[in-house]
Design a protein around this ligand. Structure first.
Ligand code: DAT
Length: 175
């Protein structure tokens, strides 16, 4: 399964992952505008297409249906040319991605962003802890080859701009 891979794609697939609030959707949108890659906001897709098994009230989040999600995206990802934006990365097949970007944000900055988003104290604490313990970064390192996993700082607008440029240059080099 993991044997079939990049050679079939004419355009690359990029996964942009990280703790909620680190800037995945903003970066994905900007990078999608300046490359001709298609932005897939997985969180939105899960809600729209009901790729879940209901709502977890304790954790205030949808319970992902991994199989439904992978089936839904399989054809699009096989064709290449996508930026996939999601706060988890272990659900996807390794063969889908040519580059995995893990966004990282300092605690105090992340706290303010999550508070602005109206998250409950519990949900803020949970996400800040996850960022401190580098949960998503570890997940990415366990799920994908080390050479395609890149950690990117996302504290400031300047970071955002340099991350967009980095993606543009990487896509150009891939092509
Ligand atoms: P995510 O998709 O990871 O949940 P987002 O793109 O919705 O995050 O960003 C959350 C908020 O933080 C949003 O108001 C934009 C802002 N933001 C994101 N990245 C930033 C950065 N590098 N510098 C300043 N603000 C940023």
């Amino acid at each position: 399964d993991s044997e079939q891979g990049t050679q079939e794609r004419k355009k690359p697939n990029i996964l942009i992952t990280g703790t909620p609030g680190t800037g995945k959707t903003t970066l994905s949108q900007l990078a999608s505008e300046s490359t001709d890659l298609f932005h897939i906001n997985v969180g939105e897709l899960v809600k729209e297409k009901s790729l879940h098994q209901g709502f977890d009230h304790e954790f205030q989040s949808w319970i992902l249906d991994d199989d439904k999600l992978v089936d839904e995206l399989e054809e699009t990802l096989s064709n290449g040319g996508n930026i996939v934006d999601f706060h988890s990365c272990e659900v996807f097949p390794e063969r889908w991605f040519d580059l995995v970007l893990v966004l990282r944000t300092d605690n105090t900055i992340l706290f303010d962003r999550l508070k602005d988003r109206g998250y409950s104290q519990k949900k803020i604490t949970e996400n800040i802890d996850s960022e401190i313990f580098q949960v998503i970064l570890e997940e990415a390192r366990e799920s994908y080859p080390a050479e395609i996993v890149v950690e990117l700082r996302s504290n400031t607008i300047e970071d955002m701009q340099s991350n967009v440029t980095r993606i543009e240059e990487w896509v150009e080099a891939w092509n």
